[in-house]
Design a protein around this ligand. Structure first.
Ligand code: BG6
Length: 537
């Protein structure tokens, strides 16, 4: 996303907002991009879903764009003996399936055999348990064959393996950077990529950070929040800072409230065991939704330099007023028009009190935002899939319309659509045609697809590429992770009042009525999930 170290701004990825001409025909190689430096990508969890569904498709897309170096290698580590050829074939089949699936964002249509073969030739499978010395000795032997080489260790594993893997890497000397410097090479980098969940609360996140940082330097740690890999999320900064229109009004004097929604229609999709431990709040709030909030609320950085951006985002997570039980509503889906209830899902306790929906009112205590409520909501099995941010402006004085038939004015709302629609819309008021002063609420929309050719993208391309380049802009720093968990700690561990009650909502509905009440007490209401545009009158 940002300019990379030693890279002039003009040579870095161009934010799509810079392309201002009309519709473009075909995807092209990203202008001015250079292949990442050679490296070995070691994937722990080679047999897992993440590798199959996201990492391989993303690597394939990067190969199609010519953004990987010929010297790249990919070592997949997993328990269980398996031939490399079998692993390759398995991955190839999955890619073919995704390519054929019209609903997937992979959008390859037909696989490019040349690109796939390029990736396939670089794949090597290595059997190994994640917690035994043997695995790391074997890995070291392999990596020692190219001393001084760059290595990325990708932890595509369940969270309980994060600590042991990092510890083994550290103890095996695999995290030492600059090894083998001299003799024509400058010594390689060693980076660790860690998936979410990064801890389950403040104490565990602190503990995990401390553990990792006792073996690696912060600059070697790439904590992923996959929402930041989405183009539409990165574009929030472009919309805010590349246009003169928004920034002057982007503050408490003009903004009434902000709604951030990540609504899903799917249920827990076989992840009952994980979800029972996690719940919607931990799964989405202090990470994905706070990241969106950070992009909306942060001050303009002086550059796209990673630390400049991350400093500004860190200020926001630090300024979030700690949430209390009064600020949140939890819900759980029950049997409804969209299917069975959560308690009937596999691996879910029949009397489970895990929330599948969470709504929160959040305040950012700084000069720009004091007093502006940010309403966040997320949930499974809701009425529509919709990830978006709606910024509602304050009402205008009504005096002028007092003696007309107009009885109320609809508020101006700017909506940034992240998924599945990609674009923006603005709700505003005009005079309806005719002799009488009547006001009609209308909507002006922009859709990415109308202006730009769609690029194959599963959301991990940028993240992997940036990690290879050493650009940490889109990754989370230890301090931000901790301040985010800190802001929700009282909800997770209430000092008084007991656990947050969980209210039922019908599968396929807009969520629990209690979430409506959370906003109603401030005189607000949620934007309906189902309704798309302002209806034509
Ligand atoms: C994941 C959560 O991090 O994000 C899932 O664990 C959730 O529960 C997913 O479904 C949502 O991501 P996206 O990109 O599909 O909106």
């Amino acid at each position: 996303m940002s300019t990379t170290p030693n890279t002039p701004a003009s040579a870095s990825r161009e934010p799509s907002c810079k392309v201002s001409a009309g519709p473009h025909d075909a995807p092209s190689s990203p202008a001015g991009k250079r292949p990442a430096p050679p490296c070995t990508l070691v994937i722990f969890g080679a047999g897992g879903d993440l590798t199959k569904r996201l990492l391989m498709p993303a690597l394939y897309n990067l190969a199609v764009d010519g953004l990987l170096d010929d010297g790249m290698k990919i070592i997949g580590v997993n328990h269980g003996e398996r031939e490399t050829s079998v692993w390759r074939e398995d991955l190839h089949k999955s890619l073919q399936q995704f390519a054929a699936d019209k609903a997937s964002t992979f959008h390859a249509g037909k696989l490019d055999d040349k690109a796939w073969n390029w990736v396939a030739q670089r794949l090597e499978y290595m059997a190994g348990e994640f917690e035994t010395d043997d695995t790391f000795a074997k890995l070291k032997q392999k990596l020692d064959q190219s001393p001084g080489g760059n290595v990325i260790f990708y932890l595509a594993v369940t969270a309980r393996f994060f600590k042991p893997i990092v510890e083994h890497l550290g103890k095996a000397g695999l995290l030492k950077e600059g090894e083998g410097a001299g003799e024509g090479n400058t010594g390689g980098f060693r980076r660790i990529v860690i998936e979410k969940p990064f801890g389950t609360d403040l104490a565990s996140a602190r503990d995990l950070n401390a553990h990792i940082l006792s073996y690696a330097d912060e600059s070697q740690v790439y904590r992923i929040d996959h929402f930041l890999g989405k183009d539409t999320v990165q574009s929030i900064l472009a919309v805010r800072f590349a246009n003169a229109l928004f920034e002057p009004i982007w503050r408490r004097e003009y903004i009434d409230s902000v709604q951030i929604t990540a609504a899903e229609t799917i249920g827990v999709e076989g992840r009952g065991k994980f979800y029972e431990q996690t719940g919607a709040f931990r799964d989405m709030l202090p990470n994905h939704l706070f990241q969106l909030l950070g992009m909306v609320a942060m001050e303009p950085p002086n550059s796209f330099d990673a630390e400049a951006v991350r400093d500004k985002k860190a200020e926001i997570s630090d300024a979030i007023q700690p949430l209390t039980a009064d600020d949140v509503v939890f819900g759980q889906y029950e049997k409804g028009p969209a299917g069975i209830g959560y308690r009937e899902e596999p691996d879910v306790a029949p009397d489970s009190t895990t929330e599948t929906y969470a709504a929160a009112r959040v305040y950012v205590e700084n000069w720009r935002w004091a007093g502006v409520p940010f309403y966040l909501r997320t949930g499974k099995r809701l009425a529509a899939r919709r990830t978006e941010i709606s910024v509602q402006l304050k009402p205008v004085p009504f005096r002028l319309f007092r003696d007309t038939p107009v009885d109320a004015l609809t508020p101006n709302v700017l909506t940034l659509r992240i998924d599945p629609a990609h674009g923006t819309s603005f709700d505003f008021n005009v005079k309806t045609p005719g002799p009488v002063m009547q006001i009609g609420a209308v909507q002006s929309s922009f859709d990415y697809a109308d202006f730009f050719a769609e690029r194959a993208n599963v959301g991990y391309e940028t993240l992997l590429y940036d990690c290879m380049l050493g650009d940490e802009t889109l990754f989370q720093r230890a301090d931000s992770i901790e301040t985010s968990w800190c802001a929700v700690d009282d909800v997770l561990h209430p000092k008084t009042g007991g656990a947050i009650p969980v209210h039922g909502y019908a599968a396929g509905s807009e969520g629990p009525a209690e979430a409506d009440a959370l906003l109603a007490r401030d005189g607000h209401s949620w934007r309906p999930l189902k309704q798309d545009a302002v209806e034509k009158k």
